[in-house]
Design a binder for this molecule. Sequence first.
Ligand code: SF4
Length: 411
Amino acid sequence: MTQRVLLRPIGLSRLLAPTQRHCRPFSTVLDTPVHATAQPAPPPPSSTPPAAFHDAVQATAPRNNWTRDEVADIYNTPLIELTYAAATVHRRFHSPAAIQMCTLMNIKTGGCSEDCSYCAQSSRYDTGLKATKMVNVESVLEAARIAKANGSSRFCMGAAWRDMRGRKTNLRNVKEMVKGVRALGMEACVTLGMIDAEQAKELKTAGLTAYNHNLDTSREHYPSVITTRTYDERLATIKNVRDAGINVCTGGILGLGEKSKDHVGLIHTVATLPSHPESFPVNALVPIKGTPLGESQAISFDAVLRTIATARLVLPATIIRLAAGRHTMREEKQMMCFMAGANAVFTGEKMLTTACNGWEEDKAMFDKWGLRPMESHETLQGQEEAVEKAEVDSSLPEAPGSGTQPASLTV
Ligand code: SF4
């Protein structure tokens, strides 16, 4: 009985049309090699990779004059080539084993006046989330100490506010939090909604490492997701952050009902900023019941992977952050993202209002796959040193396993 299941049924090939004869019936083992001449005609050889793809793979420094068509060409490269190229560039600019571990704490939950269609914290939707006041400084620092003890090098603090107008006391408290986190030897990041140039300077003076303000999606798709503030207002906050000398963290959410051209649009916008962001988070929507996008279909994994790989190629020195939705991915999928250039995660007990992979789980995964937490000095080195690494690597003769670009790369 077992043999009948495992062996190719005798005579089956006679029942099949000639083009079907060499297909392997499911769960059988072929007892003879499949002869190359018996295979269906192979697909035509893939056309020459577009010039933009070639340029991206050869890069030794970021460039911010990408055209949207170029980004689209890269995004639409066959996934097997795209991920390999992204892994190659990733190794030129970063250590492939180093993953930045960040912990994100909600310092003020819910009650936000904005209408972001995906957000549990908008006061416009009935999501069952209870709005709270801002937490005190000491409880934030206690959470940061725990995060540090568990291996996180960056502590991020999020508040559900539209902007910081008229929030002088809140800003003062946030600055104390930033100072306290920095005094622990951790990087500090905040996301507080829109800020003006003066507020950005104050946060810089307090020692803030990075400010998160996501663009969420492409300029074209944005109005279908948020109507209470414009894309340009988001870009203005990003400019204020950049001008103050704070690292910019800006990325998007996949699964907002957008098309792949919107992934291209988002990456293109970020890649043509005056300087590339230090960090580009890629979130997969976690649908929240009660929000307009609460019943959305999950984004396909290949779209997540393609977005990460494209971002890695177009933003070679940037940290690509596998953010919300990671807890829904099996370990193998996460690893594919890391191989394609993702090099930061959120880890801890919770990520704002959604679930998060825990430290123990991440440690076990890191041990198994040879990953390690990125040291703070590695991330603080910023883009300039990443570029230096790429320049040095590209001038070195290639050594086996050195992590420099494989000579066989077919572009
Ligand atoms: S994403 Fe931020 S700005 Fe938008 S509703 Fe949620 S908390 Fe408010």
